[in-house]
Design a binder for this molecule. Structure first.
Ligand code: ADQ
Length: 744
């Protein structure tokens, strides 16, 4: 459209200028013509008066003078007449213009001297009139007086206005016709061929056609079309080759790697892309408060940590809420961008939400309702009707956004988490051929707890539109099957772990999520340098270091952790100045009061413990409250002798797995809450009940005093678990399961 404007505007401008010039000339011509007419009439009238005026002036006949001027009262367009004596004094004036006669005029004295007639436009009050003054002389040429005739010229202005109106209407009509013709031409010669070429490219890409494009011209457009055809063909061949090679490799490889996942995706999805949907986006552009410049960060959170490596491996599209304050600056016209920045491994499509939508859907229904409903932490869920309405609206918004992207055949959509319980149903309503998986990253409560949700039926119905629902552990699957069985009219097949409702089957299965893997790189020089810097900054030489990394969330057991460290120093003061606990804490959902208050509670507990136990410049707890990048977290994992994960309830907990994955030298101990999903797999961690502060404090002592050999063997065991059950296996299993559910 911009391009079109650039083309049309100059033409419109030229036509407008030409028309205006023409208008000006026409108006001038008409004006002059009309004024000439008035002048001629004025002179004629004046001359016809000359005889009577001379007689009146010679005899000083005031009576006839008044009769004469009053005879003008009835003449059309002639405003009136004034008779002056030889001194320039008014003898008689038509009543209609009596004000005219009363006003002194400089030109009367000029005429008394020059004795020649004068005609000119004169301003009088707020109107302009034409005045013609004729000096009256006797037989000897001596001046007797003057007669002035005043003509109305308002009809000249009316005529001019009418001309301008005519010119403007013609000009506007002409401009509209020109624009329409140009748009039509542009559409015929440019837009239609491009639309046809784009459609052909899309169909060819999806394998829906094998015929070549229909643009046969030899001109520039024809050349472009044939280039596009070459690219499309090469892409298709390359994809096929990748898919065949992938099948060969899959038969050989055993351990799950990024490459193996890529292969399985090529084999299982063929030419179809994978569409991920989550609330949190993997890359967020925010304005740095110090520099004022936008920067790209990876938000803290388990979903992003787990899914990003998968998307990097297989490409496709990730659709998420664009929540960063600089996000809009980095998307194209379709709200998309290639990520990771400067690497472009996959496409991120950002969905924009208004403040009200975010408030109701994200903060309200998702995080004040469903989050506490699913976590047993004794925080009461809050369900508000407006939040539910916003939640439905945003689910529909995401559904519309996903539907715009889906290919014509065999679409696969992978939805994440409790923010989108209604999305699958909304997508299937329009595209029942879509195969959809939903992964529930948090725990699923038992039916009694879930039954407290006022929207239980709509939520379960929405979820059961999926073909596959994944949870981290079997217990959450069982809870879900129980919930569906008890709260919804449905049949549960406990052998096959399926819920069947009105003939539609949904498979419920456990897929324990994990991290990248443990086979990554050794500690680099850069790592060692960073560790050295941290040791110096926080005075950590010869100190036993324990650490925690969390979003500040009441489910993560942060208060219990600080209380346990406090109790540990009370019980075992010999560790003062020898042990330090470092907590990296990312502020999260601070907009919600419970989170805001909770952050304050943790601050207070840290402050109290530090005040109570610190000695000299040593303090027991280093509390670093901010968002850290994965690269910044890594040196903490590497230098920590102990990692503490004390969630009161957690779907999996990736921090536990990240710590184990980072410990390539197997030198470290993991203290892990038994209420995490990770505890089911990481059986060699020290398991704790975070509610029992005594047990918790003692576990810190056990971790410190654990013999080196035991530490190594436990860690090696846990590393092996993660090496086998890494995130690629998690994704590979879900995709294999999902694609085998597809009924083509
Ligand atoms: P979360 O509740 O976000 O995830 P978790 O699994 O522990 O919890 O993942 C947290 C992630 O955020 C980790 O990758 C960690 O490194 C990162 N992180 C923590 N603190 C940070 C900080 N200060 N700065 C930067 N990054 C930080 C949800 C569920 C979990 C489930 C995951 C994945 O609640 O139960 O394990 O999804 O499914």
């Amino acid at each position: 459209m911009k391009r079109m404007l650039l083309f049309i505007l100059p033409v419109l401008l030229l036509v407008s200028i030409a028309f205006t010039v023409f208008g000006v000339f026409q108006v001038r011509y008409e004006e002059e013509k009309q004024l000439d007419e008035i002048k001629r009439k004025a002179i004629a009238v004046n001359e016809s008066l000359e005889f009577s005026a001379r007689h009146i002036l010679e005899n000083n006949d005031l009576k006839n003078a008044n009769r004469l001027v009053e005879s003008f009262q009835r003449r059309e367009r002639l405003q009136g007449c004034v008779i002056y004596d030889k001194e320039g004094r008014v003898l008689a004036v038509t009543e209609r213009i009596s004000d005219w006669g009363r006003t002194a005029k400089p030109y009367t004295s000029e005429i008394l001297v020059s004795k020649t007639p004068r005609g000119a436009m004169e301003k009088f009050g707020d109107y302009t009139a034409y005045s013609y003054v004729l000096p009256i002389k006797d037989a000897n040429g001596e001046l007797l007086g003057m007669v002035e005739v005043v003509y109305d010229t308002s009809h000249v202005l009316t005529t001019i206005a009418a001309i301008w109106k005519r010119v403007s209407i013609t000009l506007i009509s002409l401009l509209v016709v020109i624009v329409l013709i140009m748009l039509l031409i542009q559409r015929q010669i440019f837009v239609l061929p491009v639309i046809r070429l784009t459609e052909w490219f899309q169909h060819f890409q999806r394998g829906e056609t094998d015929v070549s494009h229909s643009i046969k011209e030899e001109d520039e457009l024809g050349k472009l079309a044939s280039e596009v055809e070459q690219v499309a063909l090469s892409l298709r061949i390359a994809r096929k080759a990748v898919s065949e090679k992938a099948s060969e490799r899959l038969e050989k490889e055993e351990l799950w790697t990024e490459a193996k996942l890529r292969d399985i995706i090529h084999v299982r999805l063929g030419e179809n892309a994978l569409y991920m949907v989550s609330n949190r986006e993997p890359y967020m552009h925010v304005i740095n408060e110090i520099t004022g410049k936008p920067e790209c960060i990876r938000p803290a959170g388990g979903v992003v940590t787990a899914i990003d490596p998968i998307m990097r491996a297989c490409g496709g599209m990730w659709i998420a809420h664009g929540a960063g304050n600089a996000d809009r600056q980095f998307v194209n016209s379709k709200d998309k961008l290639g990520v990771p920045p400067e690497d472009d491994k996959y496409i991120l499509k950002r969905v924009w939400l208004s403040k009200d939508e975010e408030e109701g859907y994200y903060y309200g229904f998702s995080n004040e309702g469903l989050w506490p409903l699913c976590h047993i932490t004794h925080t009461r869920p809050v369900f508000r009707e407006p939040d539910w309405q916003a939640y439905k609206k945003v689910n529909q918004k995401f559904a519309d956004s996903v539907l715009l992207e889906l290919p014509v055949k065999n679409p696969f959509v992978f939805i994440h988490d409790y923010h989108f319980t209604l999305l699958a149903g909304m997508i299937k309503e329009k595209r029942p051929d879509t195969t959809i998986a939903l992964f529930w990253h948090i725990p699923w409560p038992n039916p009694e707890v879930f039954a407290t949700c006022p929207y239980q039926e709509q939520i379960l119905e929405g979820m059961l539109a999926c073909d596959l629902i994944g949870f981290h552990v079997q217990m959450h699957c069982n809870n879900f099957l129980d919930t569906a069985n008890r709260l919804l009219e449905s049949r549960v097949d406990t052998e096959a772990f399926k819920v069947i409702r009105f003939g539609k089957e949904t498979l419920i299965k456990a897929f324990p999520i994990s991290v990248d893997d443990c086979t990554g790189h050794d500690s680099s020089m850069e790592d060692l340098q960073q560790i050295n810097n941290l040791c110096k900054e926080y005075n950590l030489e010869n100190t036993i270091i324990a650490m925690g990394v969390d979003r500040i969330d009441y489910t993560k057991g942060l208060s219990e952790r600080i209380l346990a460290v406090d109790r540990f120093f009370e019980k075992y003061p010999q560790y003062k100045k020898k042990f330090v606990f470092i907590q990296l804490a990312a502020p999260s959902r601070t907009h919600i009061k419970r989170y805001h208050d909770f952050a304050g509670e943790v601050d207070e507990l840290v402050e109290k413990a530090n005040w109570k136990h610190s000695e000299g410049d040593w303090k027991p707890i280093i509390y670093l409250k901010r968002h850290f990048s994965q690269e910044e977290i890594r040196p903490y994992y590497l230098m920590a002798d102990i990692c503490i994960v004390s969630s009161l309830h957690d779907g999996m907990n990736l921090v536990a797995k990240e710590y184990v994955a980072a410990k390539k030298d197997s030198n470290g101990v993991l203290i892990l809450s038994r209420f995490t999903g990770a505890a089911k797999e990481l059986t060699q961690a020290i398991h704790i009940n975070p509610y029992s502060i005594e047990e918790f404090a003692d576990s810190i002592k056990s971790a410190i005093e654990m013999p080196a050999e035991e530490k190594r063997s436990r860690m090696a065991h846990m590393r092996n678990v993660i090496r086998i059950n890494n995130v690629y296996r998690w994704a590979g299993n879900i995709i294999t399961e999902l694609t085998s559910l597809k009924k083509i």
